[in-house]
Design a protein around this ligand. Structure first.
Ligand code: ADE
Ligand code: ZN
Length: 365
């Protein structure tokens, strides 16, 4: 790989690559139209003008008392905590099973439009406050939307049920016990997300919940090494049995951790644009993605929360290629790794690999 600015690869070429996305939050995929429609249906006032709804720092509703930064547009200037408050407000607009199914279907449409053929999607029910105590009903409603999308030939979806970093051990264990006994369709993994910096080290707190999930055959994917340092990633591996790390970019600060990721084949679901917008790294040039690749870590390239970040997967891949000097063969490699890293079933993976290798033989002009 070149790792210096290169000519931009056409987004159409990227869309054509059969691929998976493994680090994307359903909460981060509501379009402006989805949100306006839901707000109108529920008679809820917007926190600001439609044109600036995703400029999260401009709305008092999401601003934390400690956040004083005013500069810059987009989610970043509100920081991760303000961003998570925005997700609470937005997901609070989904109140009926039909609305939840519609959001799920729209997700599959959005993924399909980027040429994503399979997606693991993170769903954190704590953001969906109208469903408190009815989390399994929420999953059921979402599954109806994903099923319909599947029938329509759109992106196939597996759900990673996500705990929130700030929730208690007892509520996490209750949630996982319910999950394991009901085994709702489409749920294939347990996840944890939220702001690690605010919650501090939480590996011990969630150890039992993740052990229960592993014992029941659920996959494990853990947000770590985003607002936490390498210690968050160590905890994810040693205490939570993580098979994948969401972000994990700050692993680069610890050579022993890098060695462990490589030896154990634990992949990082990296989202460079999210990291830059949310202030984890100041610029693309300072992002450790090339260093992680050079160190031999398995990396996938994802969006995290594409709607409020104002992006698409093909745009992020194109910018990454331009910034880091990836050529077409490198992007084919990212597509192949995304399929391998996903929690799709073996037949889906084999089908996507077969299509990708047929396509990869024809290098676009
Ligand atoms: N939930 C949605 N986006 C997130 C992020 N970038 N970090 C932690 N939790 C999240
Ligand atoms: Zn994430």
């Amino acid at each position: 790989m070149l790792h210096h600015p290169a000519p931009r690869i056409d987004e159409q070429t990227i869309r054509a690559l059969p691929k998976a996305e493994v680090h994307v939050h359903l909460e981060g995929t509501f379009s402006l139209l989805d949100m306006l429609t839901l707000a109108k249906e529920n008679g809820v006032a917007l926190p600001g003008p439609a044109a600036t709804l995703f400029d999260i720092s401009t709305h008092d509703t999401f601003r934390a008392p400690e956040v004083t930064t005013g500069g810059g547009a987009g989610a970043g200037s509100a920081g991760l905590s303000g961003f998570l408050r925005f997700l609470d407000w937005q997901c609070g607009l989904v109140r009926t099973a039909d609305q939840a199914a519609r959001v799920a279907y729209a997700f599959a449409v959005r993924q399909s439009a980027s040429g994503i053929r399979y997606s693991d999607v993170i769903v954190n029910p704590t953001h969906w406050n109208a469903w408190r105590g009815r989390e399994l009903a929420l999953l059921d409603a979402l599954a109806a939307g994903f099923d319909e999308a599947d029938q329509d030939g759109l992106c196939r979806v597996g759900v990673a049920y996500s705990l929130l970093r700030a929730q208690s051990a007892a509520s996490a264990e209750d949630a996982v016990d319910a999950l394991v006994s009901a085994r709702p369709r489409r749920v294939i993994a347990l996840s944890v997300d939220g702001d690690e910096k605010v919650s501090g080290r939480t590996g011990e707190k969630f150890r039992r919940a993740f052990a229960t999930a592993a014992g029941a055959g659920l996959h494990r994917t853990v947000h770590a090494g985003e607002s936490s340092g390498p210690e968050g990633v160590w905890d994810a591996i040693d205490l939570l049995q993580a098979e994948r790390i969401d972000h994990g970019v700050r692993s680069i600060e610890d050579p022993a951790l890098i060695e462990r990721l490589v030896t154990d084949g634990i992949s990082l679901g990296v989202c460079p644009r999210s990291n830059i917008t949310l202030g984890i790294f100041p610029s693309w040039a300072e992002h450790p993605l090339p260093a992680l690749l050079d160190a031999g870590v398995t990396v996938t390239l994802n969006t995290d929360d594409p709607a409020p970040l104002g992006t698409t997967l093909e745009s992020d891949w194109a910018v990454a290629a331009e910034q880091f000097g990836f050529d077409y063969a490198d992007l084919v490699g990212f597509a192949a790794r995304s399929i391998d890293a996903s929690f799709a079933d073996p037949d889906t993976k084999a089908g996507l690999h077969a299509e990708l290798s047929t396509l990869a033989e024809v290098v676009p002009a």
